[in-house]
Design a protein around this ligand. Sequence first.
Ligand SMILES: Nc1ncnc2c1ncn2[C@@H]1O[C@H](COP(=O)(O)OP(=O)(O)OP(=O)(O)O)[C@@H](O)[C@H]1O
Ligand SMILES: [Mg+2]
Length: 257
Amino acid sequence: MSLLHEGWPVRAAPPEGAPVAGPSALRTEGLGKAFTLHLQGGTRIPVLEGIDLAVAPGECVALAGPSGAGKSTLMRCLYGNYGADAGRIWLRHRGAELDLAQADPRLVREVRRETLGHVSQFLRVIPRVSSLDIVAEPLVARGLARDLAQTRAAALLARLNLPAALHPLPPATFSGGEQQRVNLARGFAPGYPVLLLDEPTASLDAANREVVIGLIAEAKAAGTAIVGIFHDPLVRDRVADRLFEVAPALQPRPILA
Ligand SMILES: Nc1ncnc2c1ncn2[C@@H]1O[C@H](COP(=O)(O)OP(=O)(O)OP(=O)(O)O)[C@@H](O)[C@H]1O
Ligand SMILES: [Mg+2]
């Protein structure tokens, strides 16, 4: 694993290999993850090994690496969707660092409500819930009155050019780009201190891509630490302070007879 800075719009980034100045909002120590394929005789596929990633408040780090290297797997570990097999995931939450890799489900829920946001590549549609409420829900969970939460949700959806006529509708029948904009509004609405973005602009047109670039810039200016996967180099150049190269873990060698 290495931090790449060359050729990148490094904004107050430390020299290569140096620790990020100040406390990290999110950092991993020796993070490892392998998959065991139970249907294939228990074959073990190592994906992540020795991942040391650190992200400071206000910084955006883009995960890079070839297809299959483990970028999405790392992202899912950081959000607690996949358990880690080795190492630590230190997250600054309520003023102290906690190890997300060891956190119990109740604490993970609290962290996701207050500190850690995630914009997945595809919206998980909740049946019969309107787009407006999908976006407002994390604000209500943080204690905002429902009408204020809906006002903020509507403003964000409008900024992302989702027509007002669609706000009361569940997004199940929406286009891919419309669903992605609902997902983005939901992720950006609460102003989480740490935000994970998985391909946030993959289904968007140029105008909406610009809106998302603006939202990311504003979140960074407000101190949000961002880890993202951006396949679109145009977006990556505009938002990332540096790249973090996810190198494929060493696969086990076949045993030769
Ligand atoms: N649930 C799983 N079970 C078994 N293997 C998995 C699982 N999820 C991912 N893998 C394997 O882990 C490796 C890394 O996958 P991952 O999706 O993290 O790659 P990626 O870097 O995000 O690739 P891409 O750029 O194509 O999205 C791949 O070899 C994949 O087959
Ligand atoms: Mg991926």
